[in-house]
Design a protein around this ligand. Structure first.
Ligand SMILES: *[C@@H]1O[C@H](CO)[C@@H](O)[C@H](O)[C@H]1NC(C)=O
Ligand SMILES: *[C@@H]1O[C@H](CO)[C@@H](O)[C@H](O)[C@H]1NC(C)=O
Ligand SMILES: *[C@@H]1O[C@H](CO)[C@@H](O)[C@H](O)[C@H]1NC(C)=O
Ligand SMILES: *[C@@H]1O[C@H](CO)[C@@H](O)[C@H](O)[C@H]1NC(C)=O
Ligand SMILES: *[C@@H]1O[C@H](CO)[C@@H](O)[C@H](O)[C@H]1NC(C)=O
Ligand SMILES: *[C@@H]1O[C@H](CO)[C@@H](O)[C@H](O)[C@H]1NC(C)=O
Ligand SMILES: *[C@@H]1O[C@H](CO)[C@@H](O)[C@H](O)[C@H]1NC(C)=O
Ligand SMILES: *[C@@H]1O[C@H](CO)[C@@H](O)[C@H](O)[C@H]1NC(C)=O
Ligand SMILES: *[C@@H]1O[C@H](CO)[C@@H](O)[C@H](O)[C@H]1NC(C)=O
Ligand SMILES: *[C@@H]1O[C@H](CO)[C@@H](O)[C@H](O)[C@H]1NC(C)=O
Ligand SMILES: *[C@@H]1O[C@H](CO)[C@@H](O)[C@H](O)[C@H]1NC(C)=O
Ligand SMILES: *[C@@H]1O[C@H](CO)[C@@H](O)[C@H](O)[C@H]1NC(C)=O
Length: 718
């Protein structure tokens, strides 16, 4: 293993590592946020972005760094946020295309430049596209031209939509005749995403563009219209074959209503074809090779030879958290020859990268609180059990290098970005970058800040896991108030990863021991634990957090459970509300609900209705209002008379997943009952708080509240 110590900007930060420092909300929000490291085709270097923020100027600042994969040197390659995406393509391993998020016409479109990484100053403008396209993929074809894909919203007639050029209708009316009126933070319109392809003609070393783009998606329809990428998704939903001959994209099943099914298919079309030539590789087919494969497809990825394509698919037709299974298909439309790999593996891989010789597919999958990388050979049968080649952290991106090593960019609870290589058999080769050793705001953070334990509950055969995160200067002989945080989803997990929204270390450094359990519904411990949540919202996961809390109370002497607080967002906010009405609510001094559910009878005011249909055993009807129905039984508001613990409520206007009325309902009832409570609302935020200035207030207000009730602070301004 090689380790490089010479990181150009590390010197100042390293001197700060000795003292006890704590990470503050401002520090976490101002600190660099990193992209993954994108290697060039020869594996000589990689590029990655770092974006920091100044609370003085209110501005973010972005640089592209160049990481030399031989020497480990990191230097600034380009300073500025006008390069939004890079794709290495062209005759040299340093040739690239980039997207500039603006163009000279300033008409709301973008421009594409050709450049050599060795002299970015010499970049030449090749194309100005009249819409805000993104998601660039590009390959060099045998005739020397470059074929590329991008995506944008498109009108039903297939023309790309440019908001800056569109004329507003006189009325703002929105009219719908089928459900799925809005999603996440936007109302649906007739404009849907589409993948477009174009060709850059080679003129003796430079390139030109004739302006012709082919829309491969718009026009495919039956009950609904095809959309690719799916509205919140991006470039992972489509791919261009390395030889430039074929395009693959996924769309929701056009034969099913949109809102209550997750089924989607991968379509294949010749680059020179059009939407009417596109055919699904994996149509739902009771007579096909895998009749159970009815659910959501994801991540189509062509093999280096262009002869095969890998993708994932779930079985459940309206279950968004079913197990994902890896499939490989031929790209010959005469016989797609779909084959399942490691079909019995009890994990849900989500990203696939081919080895250069097409013999192996590397996937990443949630695994025991980490997102680990696993090689799967093409010869794997259903019983094959992949072995992980990485350990800690959550991979944000990984690439197979020409020397067969894998370049991994990941994060951990103690570092916002690590960049390293690992061999195909799992030996760490070179550690290039560790943000906690470089960024002043993260100074002092280390693996010693984090631990975990497994506890027994009465809901699952397997033991369940919980993270422990210690405050700065932790001393086992002292006691610390408890911050107990339940995750959202509920199908999801608390991972060993960096978060700018729920950063456990920032919470711990207020003076808490953070306990973050992974109860029933958590992903990464096998599908049974995930599936067991169905119809059990207020029972299994509640009993699990009770058992996790009991373990802490019985075992961790340095935790002062009498000074505990509970916090959670989304399903975690539901759990806050459920806890408030039950015995566990009396074990906490304060409770925080961020964008939670207050009355499960309101769940059909949400958007992804397949979720309620799955988790609450069917479509809402009269019997949902009676005992025996999960809608009724697990409704937090049933226990309103028990509410008495001080409660901080956050709910945002643009949250269409759980509408803001849920938070207002909660706050109104707390107030009339005389329970100490406070309501924080952001009119411009959705289910998440993304704006750094808003996030700073979010942290300040929540911490003031919990620090007062946990006894950390006597500040009375709560
Ligand atoms: C943010 O990054 C820019 C560009 O690298 C740098 O000049 C600036 O000093 C950084 N700001 C802070 C507050 O670290
Ligand atoms: C991006 O485009 C703008 C407007 O055309 C131009 O001023 C700027 O120099 C471009 N930047 C890069 C890196 O191409
Ligand atoms: C497609 O529809 C949009 C919006 O009505 C319109 O502006 C555009 O000109 C149309 N494109 C074509 C090719 O007709
Ligand atoms: C192509 O470019 C090379 C050098 O860049 C030049 O020698 C050659 O004449 C050019 N060929 C044509 C057809 O323009
Ligand atoms: C369109 O969907 C209906 C079911 O709603 C189905 O019977 C029909 O075969 C579909 N048509 C095509 C072309 O797939
Ligand atoms: C899905 O939605 C349709 C209406 O769009 C509805 O009739 C149906 O009951 C829903 N659920 C299922 C499982 O089909
Ligand atoms: C189908 O794919 C499998 C697995 O990749 C392969 O072994 C088999 O030869 C293929 N069959 C055809 C007809 O190509
Ligand atoms: C694979 O995961 C296990 C935990 O399940 C871990 O102990 C091991 O170190 C990991 N292997 C590699 C090669 O990182
Ligand atoms: C999951 O549950 C099923 C049904 O109870 C059981 O047969 C199976 O063994 C369980 N799988 C694992 C990995 O525990
Ligand atoms: C599981 O434990 C919880 C918490 O102690 C308890 O309320 C519940 O009744 C138990 N359930 C079963 C089935 O034993
Ligand atoms: C927590 O532990 C203390 C003693 O360590 C005990 O007195 C108390 O009853 C426990 N609390 C609960 C709710 O079990
Ligand atoms: C809060 O006030 C109490 C009573 O005056 C005192 O004992 C305690 O040390 C104070 N706590 C803090 C954190 O200031």
């Amino acid at each position: 293993m090689r380790r490089f110590q010479t990181q150009t900007w590390a010197v100042a930060a390293l001197t700060a590592l000795c003292g006890v420092t704590a990470i503050t909300p401002e520090g976490m929000l101002a600190a660099n946020r990193y992209s993954d490291a994108l290697p060039n085709p020869s594996g000589d270097f990689a590029l990655f972005t770092a974006t920091n923020y100044s609370f003085e100027t209110g501005e973010a600042s972005t640089v592209w760094n160049r990481l030399d994969l031989e020497s480990g040197d990191i230097s600034v390659w380009y300073a500025g946020d006008d390069i939004s995406e890079i794709v290495f393509v062209g005759s040299k391993p340093t040739s690239l295309l980039y997207i500039n998020g603006t163009n000279e016409e300033e008409d709301g479109g973008i421009s594409i430049y050709f450049a050599d990484a060795e002299s970015i100053e010499g970049a030449t403008l090749i194309a100005s596209l009249p819409a805000p396209y993104s998601g660039l993929k590009a390959v060099l074809t045998s005739d020397g031209n470059i074929r590329f894909l991008v995506y944008s919203l498109a009108y039903p007639n297939g023309t790309a939509y440019n908001e800056a050029l569109a004329t507003e209708p006189a009325s703002s009316a929105r009219i719908y005749s089928q459900i799925y009126v809005r999603h996440w933070d936007a109302y649906r319109t007739e404009r849907l995403n589409a993948v477009f392809g174009g060709t850059l003609k080679n003129n003796n070393g430079s390139y030109s563009f004739d302006g012709q783009l082919t829309n491969y998606v718009t026009g495919i329809h039956n009950v609904t219209y095809a959309e690719s990428p799916l509205d919140l998704n991006g470039a992972d939903d489509y791919d261009l074959s390395p030889d430039g001959s074929k395009v693959a994209f996924l769309t929701k099943d056009v034969n099913l209503p949109l809102a209550n099914f997750t089924s989607s298919q991968i379509y294949l079309v010749d680059f020179e074809g059009t939407a009417s030539d596109a055919v699904p590789i994996n149509p739902r087919d009771p007579n096909g090779p895998y009749p159970d494969a009815q659910g959501a497809s994801s991540a189509p990825k062509f093999s280096p030879s262009s002869e095969q394509i890998a993708y994932f698919q779930m079985n459940g037709i309206y279950y968004e958290s079913d197990r994902t299974i890896l499939y490989v298909a031929s790209t010959d439309a005469a016989d797609f020859n779909v084959t399942r790999l490691a079909g019995d593996w009890d994990r849900s891989p989500d990203t696939a990268k081919w080895a250069s010789d097409s013999s192996t597919i590397y996937v990443s999958a949630p695994d025991l609180g980490r997102e680990r990388i696993f090689p799967i050979p093409l010869s794997a049968d259903d019983s094959y059990v992949p072995k992980n080649i990485t350990d800690e952290g959550v991979a944000a991106g990984f690439y197979v290098l020409p020397n067969s090593n894998i370049l991994v960019s990941d994060s951990k609870i103690w570092t916002s970005r690590d960049i390293y290589t690992v061999t195909p058999t799992g030996e760490v080769d070179t550690i290039y970058f560790q943000a906690n050793k470089v960024d002043p705001e993260l100074a002092g953070l280390s693996p010693e800040d984090v631990s975990e334990f497994y506890y027994k509950s009465n809901t699952s055969e397997i033991e369940q896991q919980a993270w422990i995160v210690y405050p700065a200067g932790f001393d086992e002989s002292k006691t610390y108030p408890l911050a107990f945080i339940t995750h959202g989803g509920p199908q999801g997990a608390h991972f060993n990863s960096w978060s700018t929204r729920w950063n456990f270390k920032v919470w711990a450094d207020q003076g808490y021991v953070v306990i973050a359990p992974n109860p029933t519904a958590s992903s990464g411990w096998g599908q049974n634990l995930t599936d067991a949540i169905q119809g059990q919202w207020g029972s299994y996961p509640y009993w699990d957090v009770v058992h996790a809390w009991q373990y802490v109370n019985d075992t961790l002497k340095y935790v002062d459970t009498a000074k505990g607080i509970h916090a959670g967002a989304s399903f975690g906010g539901y759990m806050s509300n459920w806890i408030q009405g039950h015995e566990m609510g009396r074990w906490f001094q304060a409770i925080v609900t961020h964008d939670g559910s207050t009355s499960t009878l309101n769940q059909w005011a949400s958007e992804e209705l397949w979720f309620m249909e799955h988790d609450f055993h069917g479509v809402f009807n009269e019997s949902s209002l009676s005992p025996g129905s999960p809608y009724y039984d697990w409704n937090p508001i049933l226990y309103v008379d028990n509410w008495q613990t001080p409660h901080f409520v956050v709910h945002n206007d643009l949250d269409f997943r759980l509408p803001v009325s849920e938070g207002i309902l909660l706050f109104n009832l707390l107030q009339v009952k005389g329970v100490p409570s406070k309501f924080l609302n952001f009119p411009d935020e959705n289910h998440w708080v993304l704006n750094r200035e808003n996030s700073r207030v979010w942290h300040e207000e929540i911490f003031k509240w919990i620090n007062y009730y946990s006894g950390i602070s006597n500040a009375t301004n709560v």
